[in-house]
Design a protein around this ligand. Structure first.
Ligand code: HEM
Ligand code: HEM
Length: 239
């Protein structure tokens, strides 16, 4: 009985507000699986089996991140850098909002989360680019290894190791922030990244821009990704 009463007391009426398009959601969860695979395949003992896959999937992830950067200019409103990246001072002032209780849905990334998104994208891009010049000193070399001297390749391989630690640290921080929103702010960001819609609580003021968000055609995203992937593979063969 007490349990049922609790449920009624904590129920917050809400309505769905669409914030993420399909390409963003597919991009995100593919990236998460991809990074997990890169970790496993980069560290695996049986390099002759896993390293060729590490390089293939790495080039796929490089294309995926470049696609997301392009999508940040031509994609849906909530994906555009011009819409969600705010000056650092505004991002820091968002820290104050976090202290207050109550839900905190945004039409897209919040100003602080936006900088985390940029940091994640930049670090993963750097990781994939350094991989192209990396070598395990035994059997495998990235496709651009031949362009640099052996000692330069050694230094770039060192960066490839280092940047992965940054990715892990950022990803942990990213997940901690999402858990904080879930527990402290009772805001379920993961559900929105899965379904595309935020459960906007009726108690939180509606954002007047919610009804004006423009979503780009998902087929355009597919074409942009395929052209990016094909161009990168072609360039790596030609260089
Ligand atoms: C390797 C691990 C991960 C990486 C590299 C990563 C990367 C990213 C990136 C780049 C974005 C921005 C998406 C965009 O604008 O296109 C993002 C957003 C998001 N990620 Fe992750 N992610 C990781 C793991 C996770 C996990 C495990 C979860 C859930 C448990 C998660 C939940 C989310 C959510 C909810 C958002 C949207 C945040 C918001 O509302 O502003 N991520 N992530
Ligand atoms: C997002 C993309 C990538 C991630 C997350 C990633 C991650 C990793 C990790 C965790 C290692 C093991 C490092 C260690 O032993 O401490 C590794 C090694 C390696 N990666 Fe990547 N990698 C990526 C992209 C690439 C690409 C695109 C290539 C080449 C096409 C590549 C080539 C290599 C090579 C040759 C090694 C062996 C280096 C050594 O044994 O010292 N990686 N990578």
């Amino acid at each position: 009985m007490a349990k049922g009463t609790d449920k009624v007391a904590t129920y917050v009426p809400s309505h769905p507000v669409r914030i993420w398009d399909i390409p963003t959601r597919v991009f995100h969860w593919t990236l998460v699986l991809g990074i997990a695979f890169m970790w496993f395949s980069g560290e695996a003992e049986n390099t002759s089996l896993w390293m060729p896959w590490h390089m293939r999937v790495g080039i796929f992830l490089l294309s995926l991140v470049i696609f997301r950067i392009l999508w940040g200019f031509i994609g849906s409103d909530t994906n555009r850098f011009s819409q969600f990246v705010k000056p650092p001072i505004q991002a820091l002032s968002h820290l104050g909002d976090l202290k207050t209780s109550g839900t905190a849905y945004h039409l897209g990334h919040n100003p602080l989360g936006a900088w985390m998104v940029l940091a994640l994208l930049a670090t993963i891009l750097a990781q994939a680019l350094t991989g192209l010049f990396a070598s395990d000193d035994i059997m495998f070399e990235g496709p651009l290894f031949h362009l640099v001297s052996e000692s330069t390749a050694g230094s770039i391989t060192g960066l490839h190791h280092l940047f992965f630690n940054f990715i892990l640290a950022l990803a942990l921080f990213h997940m901690a922030a999402i858990a904080f929103y879930r527990i402290k702010k009772r805001t379920n960001l993961v559900k929105a990244m899965l379904t595309g819609s935020a459960d906007w609580p009726n108690t939180q003021p509606a954002d007047p821009q919610a009804s004006t968000i423009k979503f780009a055609n998902p087929l355009l995203a597919l074409v942009v990704f395929m052209v990016t992937y094909a161009t990168i593979n072609l360039l790596l063969r030609l260089i």
